[in-house]
Every structure is written in structure tokens, then in C-alpha cells.
Design a protein around this ligand. Structure first.
Ligand code: ZN
Length: 471
């Protein structure tokens, strides 16, 4: 359960947590004024947990609280039972250090294509996070070699290794807060790689505009030992005819600051599916070597897919965002919201929003037709391309709602956010979703207005793009 309504350093909401010796001003809240957790929480092993649960005699717990241990779960221990737990979790002000490497772009160094993963683990952390950090190091080595041999990218590629993620997504959130203006103006994409390699099955989730580029990148790399592309194997393994791209939005990792606070299109790609050792002491190298990626082939494969994605985003004349996908996904999410409302006894039709999405769909198709007709030659000098790309970068920011979401102003994306209760689940159209989850039907009309306006803003940005291409 979350006790804070923002992500990052609990003492510096909205502001970067500069160190005292940085010479930069930073005002820290007094910890006694911050709603830090008050209930001590301690993970424990099956054996000890079972001893305690079996001795409990109070009221039984709801079904979905059950741990998987085959015994009766209860809320209270009863009068006879006392458990003493020694919890050693000191509160301290500790230095967190992000490490960010940059391959400087030759032509547009201020436009940033960003990859990242945290590097702090719970325990050994072979998968979480290092399945991702090791993959990023492999990718960084390759990009560095390309640059040293005269093939540096046109835009800058940044690779971040974030600290203090497991403590509340602190390192990346503080970096985003420090570079808010730069990221807002020039952040092209953020690709997260937390725990990115732990098995043979490819999967990905992203914001709409990155789904196309990610799918295309998977078509260029061979799935190890199969004679198929990663894309073909991905469809086959899921028995699908189209790529099963997920929707990014949950709060469990470092994309949150980029995506839900600033509105930088974000994605996540990974190989998984070997079973769970999540936040476990068994998440160690022996597990990784025996079960995760025992021939060490999925990590390099992901580095290739991500490498192609990085270079395409960094080198494209016109950023290859999947603009039409916004309308397709918005339609699906709006229908989902209507279904959730109906299930909660609040039947409603979001007809204004559906109407706005249809207008967007037409505008996006017109833009993509103009783009596919070709953007090259003397009609599009560098300054013109720069203007077009600036408009493209601004598309996702149309979902940024300055006041933020209900009761949590730090989360500003109307498109996607973590759920506000656990912070883990992915909520699409969170402004509407919140009113359904909190049983507040009278607010739905207001939020439909907010969403229709945001979709209208996105539509006018797409139309401005199309006009620039056709002129
Ligand atoms: Zn992690």
C-alpha cells in the first residue's frame, strides 16, 4: 500500500535531490512531516511463515489475501498467540548515484533517445535488475564501437543506470526532476530494461507511438537457433497473427518519471518466462545460469533488438512514431472504461470522447499518408525537419494535465499511470478509471471533458504536422 502520492525521494517531491556539497539549493522536508510507512514489513521464508499462520485462530482472511501456503489464512492471531519480530530497518539519509553514459549525437545532440535500468538489487539481483543492466552494457559497448569507427548516431543516445529503484524509484525520478525542461523539450523516447533478461520468451509493452518501432525492430533480429526472426517467434509462441504488444503504465519501475510525470513516450522490452524468483534470495547467478539464460543467448539478442531500435530512433530523418496507434489504442481503452463502469453499475457512454477519437484517427491517417509519400530532398531542409520532429516530440505531451491526477499532482499523464493504491498495476485513462474505482459516477462527465480536450489537442498537433508535410 502506498503512503505517498508522488514517486522519488520522499523528502524532495517535484524537485531534484541535489547533494549538500553540489552547491545547488535543495530544501528537504523534515522526515517527521512526511507520511513514511509506519507498519513494519518483513519478508520471511515459507517455514517460519507456516509456523505462525498455523498457530493463528482469529477471523479468516479474504480469499485473495492467501499466500499459496496450503493452510487456513487468518487476519488475527487470537488471544493465545504473540509473535515477536525484530525489524532492523533504520531510516537514514543516504547518497544515491545514477550513472549515465552518452553517445553524443553528431547532428542533433540535444535530442535524446534514452535507455535505462536500475542497478540496485534486493539481494543478489542476477535478474532484477542485472538481466537488464548487463544487456545495456553489451549494447553500450556496441554503440561505442560504432561511434569510434565513424558511425556515431545523429541524435544522442543516453544509457542510464539508476540507483535506489527498489526504495521507491528514487534515482530515475530525481534525474527526471532535475532535467524536466530538457526532457520535456527533447526527450524522444525512454526504453526501460529492468530485469530485461530471464528466459526465452520475448515480450514488450509501450506507449502507442513506440509500438510500431518496437515491432519493426523485432523483425530485424534472429531468434537464437530458430531460423526465425524474434518477431515470428513472438507471434508463434503466443499463437497470434499480430504482435501482442502490452500497454505500459504500471508503477513498478523507472519509466514512471519519464512517462507519467513528463510524457516522454516509453517502452519496455524483455525476454522472460522461466518462472518466478522475483525479489527472492534465489535471484542469483546460479539461477540465471541454470534456468534463466543458460547459454547466454537471450541477453545479446535483446541487445540487438534494442540496438536497432536505438539507432532507428536516433538516425531517422522523421521520428518513426506510430501516430495512427494513438487513435486505435484510445478507442480500446475508452471501451474498457465503459465496460468497467457498467460492471460497477455506472452504465455510461463516453460519446464525446469517442467522437474526438474518430477525428484523431482521420488526422493520423492523413499524416501517415503524407509521411509515407516521402520526406526527403530539398523540400525538407534541416530546419524544416527539425520543426517536424519538434512537433512529433510534442505529441505525447498533449496528455500532460498540469494539475495532475486526482489527489496526486506528480502523476500528470492522462494516458497512463500506476494505480494509486498499490502503485503496481497499469491504469489506462487513469482520470476516468479513478472515478469508477472510487464509486464516484458524478465526476465522470467532468473527466470525459478533460479527456476529449486532450485528444483534441493531440489532433491539432497531428494536423499541424500534416500541414507542414503537405505545404
Ligand atoms: Zn527491478
Amino acid at each position: 500500500m502506498l503512503t505517498l502520492d508522488y514517486t522519488g525521494d520522499p523528502l524532495t517531491p517535484f524537485e531534484p535531490a541535489y547533494t549538500r556539497d553540489s552547491g545547488k539549493p535543495v530544501e528537504r522536508l523534515d522526515p517527521s512531516d512526511v507520511d513514511l510507512h509506519k507498519i513494519p514489513v518483513l519478508p520471511m521464508g515459507y517455514g517460519a511463515a507456516r509456523e505462525i499462520i498455523d498457530r493463528m485462530t482469529g477471523e479468516t482472511a479474504p480469499e485473495n489475501w492467501h499466500s499459496g501456503i496450503p493452510t487456513t489464512h487468518r487476519i488475527e492471531g487470537g488471544d493465545e498467540l504473540t509473535v515477536r519480530v525484530r525489524v532492523n530497518q533504520p531510516k537514514a539519509l543516504t547518497l544515491a548515484v545514477n550513472v549515465v553514459g552518452t553517445v553524443r549525437g553528431t547532428e542533433l545532440p540535444d535530442e535524446w533517445v534514452i535507455f535505462g535500468a536500475h542497478y540496485d538489487p534486493w539481494g543478489f539481483g542476477a535478474i532484477d535488475p542485472n538481466g537488464g543492466t548487463a544487456m545495456l552494457l553489451t549494447m553500450a559497448e556496441a554503440l561505442g564501437e560504432l561511434a569510434a569507427n565513424g558511425c556515431a548516431p545523429r541524435r544522442s543516445i543516453l544509457i542510464g543506470h539508476w540507483d535506489a529503484e527498489e526504495y521507491g524509484i528514487i534515482g530515475s525520478a530525481e534525474w527526471v526532476e532535475e532535467l524536466r525542461d530538457e526532457l520535456n523539450a527533447n526527450g524522444v523516447a525512454y526504453i526501460n530494461a529492468d530485469s530485461a533478461v530471464s528466459g526465452p520468451r520475448f515480450g514488450s509493452s509501450a506507449s502507442p507511438s513506440l509500438k510500431g518501432p518496437i515491432i519493426e525492430a523485432t523483425k530485424t533480429v534472429e531468434y537464437p537457433g530458430s531460423g526465425m526472426s524474434v518477431y515470428e517467434q513472438w507471434l508463434q509462441a503466443n499463437e497470434r497473427e499480430d504482435a501482442p504488444m502490452g500497454n505500459l503504465g504500471g508503477g513498478g519501475s523507472d519509466h514512471v518519471g519519464f512517462y507519467s510525470h513528463i510524457g516522454v513516450p516509453s517502452g519496455s522490452l524483455g525476454f522472460g518466462g522461466s518462472g518466478g524468483v522475483y525479489h527472492s534470495n534465489y535471484d542469483n547467478f546460479a539461477w540465471y545460469e541454470r534456468f534463466g539464460d543458460h547459454e547466454f543467448i537471450y541477453g545479446p539478442t535483446l541487445a540487438k533488438v534494442n540496438g536497432v531500435l536505438a539507432l532507428r530512433l536516433a538516425n531517422a530523418d522523421v521520428l518513426p512514431y506510430d501516430v495512427a496507434r494513438y487513435a486505435q489504442d484510445l478507442k480500446t481503452h475508452t471501451e474498457t472504461i465503459e465496460r468497467l463502469a457498467a460492471d460497477a453499475g455506472m452504465a455510461m457512454e463516453l460519446s464525446d470522447l469517442h467522437g474526438a477519437i474518430e477525428v484523431l484517427a482521420d488526422a493520423a491517417d492523413a499524416y501517415e499518408t503524407a509521411r509515407d509519400a516521402g520526406v526527403r530532398g530539398e523540400d525538407f531542409p534541416d530546419a524544416e525537419l527539425r520543426a517536424i520532429n519538434q512537433l512529433l516530440v510534442a505529441l505525447e505531451r498533449a496528455f500532460i494535465h498540469e494539475e495532475g491526477l486526482q489527489g496526486r499532482p506528480w502523476f500528470r499523464s492522462l494516458y497512463a499511470s500506476p494505480d494509486p493504491f498499490s502503485g503496481y498495476a497499469s491504469w489506462m485513462l487513469p482520470g476516468l478509471r479513478y472515478e469508477i474505482e472510487t464509486d464516484n459516477p458524478e465526476q465522470l462527465e467532468f473527466w470525459e471533458g478533460v479527456y476529449s480536450e486532450a485528444v483534441g489537442e493531440l489532433t491539432s498537433r497531428v494536423e499541424a504536422l500534416r500541414e507542414r508535410l503537405n505545404d
